[in-house]
Design a protein around this ligand. Structure first.
Ligand SMILES: CC(C)(COP(=O)(O)OP(=O)(O)OC[C@H]1O[C@@H](n2cnc3c(N)ncnc32)[C@H](O)[C@@H]1OP(=O)(O)O)[C@@H](O)C(=O)NCCC(=O)NCCS
Length: 158
């Protein structure tokens, strides 16, 4: 079954922030703060989507989320995360596809993101979606002295 059929997407609202922070804390060395997440909800250029399981008995528990900016003709993915218990079920793939669909619908031509060099699962996810590695930002994650890989996906090419 395709991701879009197994999950539904909805905007993130303020009352979701504790749940989003839970997933952040489980997935990131430096999770976003609640203040930072709340600020995203207020930016006109920032779009957030939560994935929840589809179906009448599925409830509304967030399995994952994506946060991206839409600036000019570019989607810039800031953050995507899946609850550890819901991983490898296509949640992040579906969220990334949803972000791309929203961006394309609003005229975006490409998507860009940065990812830690060591984040093999995320790099595998982005590659599987067609993203290509186009550059490196040396020591972008200064605290760990770690490079960022810059990846892009041109929507027109697919
Ligand atoms: C990276 C992350 C978002 C993937 O979420 P997910 O919902 O488990 O991903 P999906 O199930 O949609 O996986 C889609 C594809 O990505 C790749 N992938 C995902 N996790 C992987 C892993 N642990 N190892 C190798 N490939 C992986 C695979 O190609 C996978 O397809 P497959 O399952 O058919 O092989 C998740 O591991 C996570 O939340 N990590 C912590 C936060 C993070 O690093 N976010 C990204 C940086 S912003």
């Amino acid at each position: 079954m395709r991701g879009a059929a197994r999950f539904r997407f909805r905007p993130v609202v303020e009352t979701d922030l504790p749940r989003i922070m839970e997933i952040e804390a489980a997935g990131f060395l430096h999770p976003w703060s609640e203040a930072l997440l709340r600020a995203e909800l207020g930016h006109a250029w920032s779009i957030q989507r939560a994935a929840v399981a589809a179906g009448p008995d599925a409830g509304d528990r967030i399995l994952g989320y994506v946060i991206f900016w839409l600036v000019h003709d570019e989607v810039h993915v800031l953050n995507v995360g899946t609850d550890p218990e819901a991983r490898r079920r296509g949640v992040a793939r579906a969220l990334m596809e949803e972000a791309a669909a929203i961006g394309r619908g609003k005229g975006a031509r490409l998507s860009t993101l940065e990812v830690r060099r060591s984040n093999a699962p995320a790099i595998a996810l982005y590659r599987s979606l067609g993203y290509q590695e186009v550059g490196v930002r040396p020591r972008y994650y200064a605290e760990e002295d770690e490079d960022a890989i810059v990846m892009t996906l041109e929507f027109d090419s697919r």
